[in-house]
Write a protein that binds this ligand. Structure first.
Ligand code: CP
Ligand code: NVA
Length: 306
């Protein structure tokens, strides 16, 4: 039994194994067939989703099982029913639970109360499945990870936190540019510095986007206002104006640089349309890789137990 609430719930060896297995899943879509035979996953989502929901549902089908989607209206978490009751009830029916919550503490509560594995499909603090797909995408382009440099431009959010943990664990240098007010979580950053150092990587914050992307092999951005922050949108639009990936910024990166975005993308905000649609963008490979990465994680978490 193994919950995956954040990337560091995997060891560096497990993360490497997940990436290898995900690459094999991509080459051989039938791999993992039968792992979920006669078994079910519950997807407990408090926020909208295209990629996470559909890739988990398709993964379940390809692995011989089924996935039951429970949206915000179905569960009404903490209103109709507390997490501890939902987690214990679902554990009597299903073999694994994927959660998408607002507070990360709700994802943790799920893990505490469920008796089946819980995988975080995005919380306010972490998006581990995304980070596994991100590294898979980088690896398939460059054939390696260690020593590469990723330049992240934008908000110090869940996607960045997970990317930071994954890069640190596998020796990938990460340069982050955010407005001073929107830096990553202080405790996670402090952790990240220690982890990066231990694995021979660097983690550096800048207040100028250009410093983060100069010479980088990978550029990454995410929305300026995450789900649940819609009311801050006007303030954020102003604060983040110079934290956009556009053609000018891309010119500063390595000649062979690729551009990642977890999607959904807001064209004209954190990234321009020409860059999303341009030759350096691999955002749809990255989206596809969510499926392969999650199949690998499901095999690792649910593969043994029958
Ligand atoms: N990148 C991602 O998690 O997309 P969804 O919100 O559509 O699942
Ligand atoms: N940071 C974004 C990611 C969406 C996949 C959010 O939390 O809304």
């Amino acid at each position: 039994m193994h919950d995956i609430l954040r990337v560091t719930d995997l060891s560096a060896e497990e993360l490497t194994a997940a990436l290898r297995l995900a690459a094999r899943c991509k080459r051989s879509p039938r791999l993992g067939q039968g792992v979920l035979a006669g078994r079910a996953l519950a997807l407990v989502f408090q926020k909208p989703s295209v990629r996470t929901r559909v890739s988990f549902e398709v993964a379940a089908v390809q692995m011989g099982g089924t996935a039951i989607y429970l949206g915000p209206e179905d569960i009404q978490l903490n209103h109709r029913e507390p997490v501890q009751d939902v987690a214990r009830t679902l554990s009597r029916y299903v073999d694994g639970i994927i959660v998408r919550t607002f507070g990360h503490e709700d994802a943790e509560a799920f893990a505490r109360w469920a008796s089946v594995p819980v995988i975080n499909g995005l919380s306010a603090l972490h998006h581990p499945c995304q980070a596994v797909a991100d590294l898979l995408t980088i690896h398939e382009r460059f054939g390696r990870l260690r020593g590469l440099t990723v330049g992240y431009v934008g908000d110090g959010n869940n996607v960045l936190h997970s990317l930071m943990e994954a890069c640190g664990m596998l020796g990938v240098h990460l340069r982050v540019a955010t407005p001073a007010r929107y830096r990553p979580d202080r405790a996670l950053w402090a952790d990240g510095l220690v982890r990066a150092k231990r694995h021979g990587a660097t983690l550096i914050w800048y207040d100028d986007s250009r410093d983060a992307v100069r010479g980088a092999q990978v550029l990454y951005t995410d929305v300026w206002a995450s789900m649940g922050q819609e009311h801050e949108r006007a303030v954020r639009l102003k604060a983040f104006r110079s934290f956009q990936i556009n053609a000018g910024l891309l010119k500063l990166a390595a000649r062979t640089a690729i551009v990642l975005h977890c999607l959904p993308a807001h064209r004209g905000e954190e990234i321009t349309a020409d860059v999303v649609e341009g030759p350096r963008s691999v955002v749809f490979d990255q989206a596809e890789n969510r499926l392969h990465a999650q199949k690998a994680l499901l095999m690792m978490v649910l593969g043994e137990k029958r």
